[in-house]
Design a protein around this ligand. Sequence first.
Ligand SMILES: Cc1cc2nc3c(=O)[nH]c(=O)nc-3n(C[C@H](O)[C@H](O)[C@H](O)COP(=O)(O)OP(=O)(O)OC[C@H]3O[C@@H](n4cnc5c(N)ncnc54)[C@H](O)[C@@H]3O)c2cc1C
Length: 511
Amino acid sequence: MYRRLRAHSGPWDMIVAGGGATGIGVAIDAASRGYDVLLLEQSDFGKGTSSRSTKLVHGGVRYLEQGNVSLVMEALKERGLLARNAPHLVRNLGFVVPNYDWWEAPFYGIGLKLYNLLAGKYGFGASRILSREETLARLPTIKPEGLRGGVIYFDGQFDDSRLLINLVATAFEQGATLLNYAPVTGLTKDSEGFVDGVRFHDAETGEEFEARARVVINATGPFADILRRQADAAVEPMIAPSQGIHLVFDRSFLAGDDAIMVPHTSDGRVMFAIPWHGHTVVGTTDTPIAEPALEPAPLAQEIAFILQTSALYLAKTPTRDDIRSVFAGIRPLVKSGEGGNTAALSRDHTIRIENSGLVTVCGGKWTTYRHMAEDCVNQAATLARLPDRPCVTGHLNIHGFHPSSEKFGRLWMYGSDAPLVEQTAENAAPLDSDLPYTAAEVLWAVREELARTVEDVLARRTRALFLNSQAALRMAPRVALLMAEELKQDAAWEAEQVRNFREIARNYLPL
Ligand SMILES: Cc1cc2nc3c(=O)[nH]c(=O)nc-3n(C[C@H](O)[C@H](O)[C@H](O)COP(=O)(O)OP(=O)(O)OC[C@H]3O[C@@H](n4cnc5c(N)ncnc54)[C@H](O)[C@@H]3O)c2cc1C
């Protein structure tokens, strides 16, 4: 990537700051239209919110209840496009709404019929009302006392950081240059005060760079106001950051293949319990916070809330000791101007062009990243007076595309890369008895997926840290050793990597 950077002369068409779903989406969109793009991520790709979602590719049943039909329709269409363009990573999952009151079956039955109707040709399957017996058969671990039945509907599920890494590869294949560990530290301006480039450095070597662009796009998610203030110190903040956490348990808490959707928790939110990589993910919360952090920490009351709510629905009550991992993420919600409850803030995306010409794209959700990128590139290209070129991402296969990747067994999430991953190492023994990951995934991540640290491998190339933080801690020294050999690093590097990883992993332990 640095070779591509150094070989480049003259201004880029677009420079994108931020390597989450939004920024990488913009890089793919722009590069596939033929524009010349540089993307800079301060940490690892997906280090921010984009690896910390509920893992749903969905229209958002809750937004339907809020009456936001256009948002739901847009997201359902994007869900369909993503399932078509990345079938190796998006799977169709049944969600059962358990009913304990007489009015719930007709109420949710009608609402979920509408949800499916709005999807039109992008539908994932018809919803229907389930008897008590059918509900218990689908959700063998649901609390049976007082259960009347349920309603089942279908939505998408994915692995967020695996998709992101495949999107990085797609952007690269389309000609974009993308650097991780390259924080944007400042903006440059022309004689008229118009933003015309960025300053950034290589966090590994400390080398400083300046690069010019016809337009600079701020896709830094929850951190968007920092860059906006660098362009114009007087701008009002636009982000209302809100934290959400998830708890991860082993599979026994949600046996069966379906997820549970609780439409109304005591704080008026939806909650999900979802089967994911052989574990059970339960979440989420919505806690307004003052400042975004790159490594957000779950709050004790958030953990208590999820445990209490799970206990209302699961036959086997999960306790603190059952938590395998806990992870927190920050929603980059856009302020409505009135403050108050962040759960009610719009999940629509926003594109703002400042007087300085800096373009900020934020809000929205993972599911709609492609549409956000299309909108953003349309506006940025007009602003930069670039030649008009149509968006092509609606039908652009994402790296790893494979229509039936389940045939690759445990490596299904790599899609068409799976046979190559398998060949990467001879030793197929798992690095820890509680997780399936082997040396092959580690070496592949370093050689082909730009992993630079032990955390990159354990948190985002594999999902070890998110699934079982203790197992990930046990794996860290072996991963550091394998990486040091690949990257020609010494024992001091290895020790520092393990130390750094232990520090980060503390946030994923239910203290
Ligand atoms: C708890 C939770 C659950 C969610 N669940 C879902 C879900 O199930 N489905 C769904 O569709 N959506 C979901 N979302 C929403 C979705 O995850 C986000 O909308 C999306 O990930 C935001 O992506 P982003 O790229 O805008 O932000 P981020 O992923 O945070 O990316 C911003 C990036 O910018 C980088 N950056 C910051 N400053 C700089 C700088 N100066 N220079 C370079 N880089 C910089 C950061 O390091 C970061 O990587 C959820 C969100 C949360 C919080």
